[in-house]
Design a binder for this molecule. Structure first.
Ligand code: BV8
Ligand code: ZN
Length: 247
């Protein structure tokens, strides 16, 4: 049995520090496809075939083209009601951090001011030889992996399978998880590590966990409250109930 709505609202009203741990599901209502579950990209492609450095070296143009396709989808995408509710909730809680596995930059575009990107950002690219950065929109949307002046291949600045997460970002995310009173776990299948270990760290340090997903996940059994439904509907509904009164 999970906690009642009244109990959840009480926890939120008392919260000083809130962390939103998000995955691809929070961007689904912005038209960005998820990786797993119904319609997920991994259903058609294998992650190892695309999201790994070996895959990139084996076929740089194929991997580059996949990211270019995702960037064109992103160009027309907008932050949805869930991203916006998170940004606006900075007025409701003294301390708000977003720890995201997403690379789509939608939390920042929604106005969130403290965003930790565990898996990088698709709008940044760098040369694998000299590490010069080439960020969008400087790079034309061509479909062949471009080359740096030094001759090195240019790759997206995202974390692929078998690659380490950015150290300071990961440590800051663990710190936020240890210090928060409430952690939302939104739109993630919670299967990719070490990111998926962040919610368990919050639980070990006494945080109250609220999951929002359209289906149960690996973490559902261990959260305090599991709210089934679309993030863009469930989250604004909940946060509206604790919004500070309009001055
Ligand atoms: C690492 C690239 C240390 C960026 C991604 C062998 C060798 C090395 C490591 C491993 C190995 N075997 C296993 C590992 C560990 C591996 C891992 O965890 N594998 C899993 C799959 C078993 N992890 C790694 O490799 C990590 N690095 O361990 O380094 C190391 C180094 C060297 C040697 C040894 C160890 C790196 C992990 C990062 C991989 N990068 N992508 C990109 O292109 O995006 S993974 C990919 O999955 C994305 O990054 C994504 O962020 C991540 C997690 O997915 P989710 O966000 O959860 O999305 P998903 O589609 O799964 O779920 C969506 C959810 O939303 C669903 O639950 C759905 O129900 C819900 N939903 C849908 N719609 C809605 C909704 N909810 C609410 N509202 C809606 N409307
Ligand atoms: Zn270079």
């Amino acid at each position: 049995m999970k906690d009642s709505r009244e109990h959840i609202l009480k926890k939120l009203l008392d919260a000083e520090s809130v962390v939103y741990f998000t995955g691809a599901g929070i961007s689904a209502e912005s038209g960005i496809s998820t990786f797993r579950g119904a319609g997920g990209i991994w259903n058609k492609l294998k992650p190892e075939e695309l999201a790994s450095f070996d895959a990139f070296l084996r076929n740089p143009d194929l991997v580059w083209e996949w990211y270019q396709y995702r960037r064109t989808v992103l160009k027309d995408a907008k932050p949805n009601a869930a991203h916006i509710a998170i940004a606006e909730s900075e007025k409701s809680f003294p301390n708000v951090d977003v720890v995201t596995q997403n690379v789509d930059n939608l939390h920042r575009r929604a106005g969130s001011t403290s965003v930790y990107e565990l898996h990088g950002n698709i709008e940044r690219n760098f040369c694998i030889k000299c590490h010069t950065y080439y960020n969008q929109p400087d790079l034309p949307f061509e479909n062949k992996a471009p080359k740096c002046e030094c001759g090195g291949l240019i790759r997206p600045d995202v974390v692929w399978f078998g690659e380490y997460l950015p150290q300071e970002v990961f440590e800051a995310s663990e710190q936020a998880a240890r210090n928060c009173d409430v952690m939302f776990v939104i739109g993630t299948s919670a299967v990719v590590y070490p990111a998926a270990g962040i919610p368990s760290m919050a639980i070990r340090h006494g945080a109250y966990l609220i999951e929002i997903n359209i289906e149960p996940t690996d973490i559902t059994y261990s959260v305090n409250a599991s709210l089934m439904g679309k993030a863009g509907e469930v989250l604004p509904g909940l946060l509206n109930e604790i919004k500070p009164p309009k001055k």
